[in-house]
Design a binder for this molecule. Structure first.
Ligand SMILES: [Zn+2]
Length: 285
């Protein structure tokens, strides 16, 4: 049976002290098969190192993704900030292309410069069209752009907005952060299996099946305040939602393939907990 789900950490495993290039081997040795390379503070990896990381990942059957810098606002009305944001996405796409990462995860931006959410979204989509054009000129056509569902109410990133973005540009796949959806709805969403199924149904109804095969996902428990996301928590901190069992049951119910990246403070350790929940308890992986 082909794999339904893959699991891995967002960045270097917590107890791993060695070189990044040894991470794929380490992940395979503990039973994980995905890795999100974190360029969240800037894309600094050299081409040769990125290519070597890609070779190691393929050798150990680790699927790679890359998280673009946090400091991106594709809805900015400030010309310099917008240009810098576009460049950060392009730099991320280049690094992903070198390492063979299949998707670049992007936090699209903020509503704040706009009188309406709609106008912010349109602005960001236009910026992504520029990104798309530049990527084409660089002959980068093997990496998907992955707008992520966000956890704060000030950020573009509801599931509807992600769908609209993905229907407006080519090679776009949604990135579903279940914790963010939970925080964005102040704990009212992703509380039952049906919530998870509805999100997946919505994506399947509106997007190209290739963009969901596999569905790229993030998970952790999360703390939120009135504005949404505050802090990510481990799976054992049960006072915070959402419950990973619910997500796993929803995935199983829909039969969707997935790559699940752990954004818990104990990255790989919780990736293993998630894997155990899906594989052993739910018999889906
Ligand atoms: Zn993210």
């Amino acid at each position: 049976m082909p794999k339904k789900l893959r699991f891995g950490p967002a960045g270097k495993p917590v107890d791993f002290k060695g070189d990044m290039l040894k991470v794929p081997e380490y992940l395979a040795s503990i039973g994980l098969d995905a890795l999100e390379y974190e360029a969240v503070r800037g894309v600094r990896i050299s081409e040769s190192k990125a290519r070597k990381l890609g070779e190691e990942a393929r050798r150990y059957d680790i699927i790679l993704s890359l998280h673009a810098p946090y400091y991106i606002n594709l809805a900015s009305k400030d010309e310099a900030k917008l240009k810098a944001s576009i460049k950060r996405v392009i730099d991320s796409l280049k690094a992903a292309h070198w390492m063979g990462a299949y998707v670049v995860v992007v936090h699209i931006g903020y509503y704040k410069d706009h009188e309406s959410r709609r106008s912010a979204l349109k602005h960001a989509i236009n910026a992504l069209k520029i990104v798309e054009e530049q990527a084409r000129q660089l002959s980068i056509n093997d990496v998907w752009i992955g707008p992520e569902t966000t956890g704060k109410k000030t950020q573009i990133g509801s599931i509807e907005e992600i769908i609209e973005i993905c229907n407006s540009i080519e090679r776009c796949r949604p990135v579903v952060d279940w914790a963010h959806l939970h925080a964005r709805a102040l704990g009212m969403h992703i509380v039952k299996i049906d919530d998870v199924i509805k999100v997946i149904d919505e994506l399947e109804k509106n997007l190209d099946p290739q963009a969901l095969k596999p569905l790229h996902q993030h998970f952790s428990r999360i703390e939120y305040g009135s504005g949404g996301e505050k802090e990510h928590h481990t799976l054992s901190e049960e006072e915070f939602g959402p419950d990973f069992r619910i997500v796993c049951r929803g995935l199983k119910e829909t039969g969707i393939e997935g790559v699940i990246i752990s954004e818990s403070p104990i990255l790989d350790k919780d990736a293993l907990v998630m894997k155990a929940i899906c594989c052993e308890e739910e018999n889906y992986c």
